[in-house]
Design a protein around this ligand. Structure first.
Ligand code: FFO
Ligand code: ATP
Length: 223
């Protein structure tokens, strides 16, 4: 796979490497817009190669932490494709769960997913298993969760789409960081930034981020 810039038209050109802090200070909103655009501009051939690499690394992660119940997400908006991850885990016999917006509040529900199982669009138009069709599991019963993200940094900080869903769902890990599940972001290498701006008390750090280049961050807990 080429290690040249995966972004077709990004300006300034994307090096695919973590940015240095020389970039002017951005707000969360500005960084979100810029990196969502960059994500969408990645070429299809690069996406396919990245999908295969990320699937292999995600499978290796799940084997290492021996998680039997794993949550992932269905990619949208230029996110790194997750079909390969879901297929690899399915073949291993892992119980798979997908996030769904709960009825009240921000906490996500994790509903059992099987290939070809029913999906309905949520309020953002993202497909999720309907409540009637799938068993859901409390977040603490999962062994590992693969999360979508817009940007990440080497400290394991994550910038998401801005709903605060994952931070609210895994708020208990701020108090008990050694408890399951392990939180692992999936992203393109070019989504790494020098620093995610605007750290907040509710942020829950990631143990790792898997990119097409390997593990970009790895906390002591997950080694
Ligand atoms: N694929 C995927 N699934 C996911 C997430 C995600 O980031 N990616 N989420 C991660 O938490 C949750 C959904 N969170 C989301 C938060 C904001 C928007 C969004 O598109 N907001 C619009 C404007 C809002 C609106 O239409 O009302 C936008 O930013 O333009 C989408 C999903 C659960 N499922
Ligand atoms: N544990 C929490 N308790 C209360 N509010 C929270 C909590 N976590 C997040 N929020 C709220 O969610 C909002 C969005 O948070 P943030 O900008 O960090 O989202 P995000 O992590 O980018 O989004 P997502 O996880 O959905 O991808 C914040 O303004 C905050 O009010």
């Amino acid at each position: 796979m080429s290690f040249f810039c995966p972004c077709a038209r990004s300006s300034p050109p994307c090096t695919g490497l973590a940015e240095r802090s020389s970039r002017p200070v951005e707000t969360k909103g500005e960084m979100r817009r810029r990196l969502r655009r960059r994500r969408r501009e990645i070429l299809p051939s690069y996406r396919r190669a990245a999908e295969r690499r990320v699937a292999a690394a995600a499978l290796a992660w799940v084997r290492r932490c021996q998680a039997r119940r794993v949550a992932c997400y269905l990619d949208a908006d230029g996110e790194i494709p997750t079909r390969g991850v879901l297929q690899a885990l399915q073949e291993r016999g892992t119980e798979l769960y997908l996030p769904a917006l709960g009825r009240g509040g921000r906490a996500l529900e994790f509903r059992r997913h099987r290939p070809g199982g029913p999906l309905r669009p949520n309020r953002y138009g993202l497909p999720e298993p309907p409540p009637s069709a799938a068993r859901s599991l409390p977040p603490g019963a999962l062994g590992a969760v693969f999360l979508p993200l817009v940007a990440f940094d080497a400290e394991g900080r994550r910038l998401g789409m801005g709903g605060g869903y994952y931070d609210a769902t895994f708020a208990f890990l701020r108090r008990w960081p050694w408890r399951p599940p392990q939180l692992v972001g999936l992203a393109y290498a070019c989504q790494q930034v020098a620093q995610v701006p605007g750290a907040q008390w509710w942020d829950v750090p990631l143990q790792g981020v898997i990119t097409e280049r390997g593990c970009a961050i790895l906390s002591r807990r997950s080694r």
